[in-house]
Ligand binder design. Structure first.
Ligand SMILES: [Zn+2]
Length: 109
């Protein structure tokens, strides 16, 4: 399975994908924290991908959702900045190479 499973929304523990009924190709996601987390967290779907998507789809309180979305915007901005920094570094390298080439020409003249 490619999709990463989020941790349990109630206790933060790792979760496990179980293939419970092989004949019907049904999957479920379980919180591994059986001793402390009293909530049974599971979803049953026909494919692992669908089960993972269901598990990873959360409904947060509005104030929490706002923070998550703001954090995502920061992450997106960081990606843009990284792209700009890479471009500037490449330009700086090219400028250095040009200056070197120019300096060699000057010494030969
Ligand atoms: Zn849990």
């Amino acid at each position: 399975m490619n999709e990463k499973l989020l941790s349990c929304p109630f206790c933060g523990a790792k979760v496990e994908m179980k293939h419970e009924f092989p004949a019907d190709k049904l999957y479920s996601v379980w919180c591994e924290n059986d001793n402390v987390c009293s909530v049974v967290c599971h979803t049953i779907e026909r494919t692992e991908e669908m089960a993972a998507e269901n598990w990873n789809t959360r409904y947060y309180p509005p104030e929490v959702q706002e923070v998550i979305e703001a954090a995502q915007r920061v992450v997106d901005c960081q990606a843009v900045f990284n792209g700009v920094f890479e471009a500037v570094e490449k330009l700086a390298d090219k400028l250095d190479a040009y200056k070197e080439m120019e300096a060699k020409h000057e010494t030969h003249d």
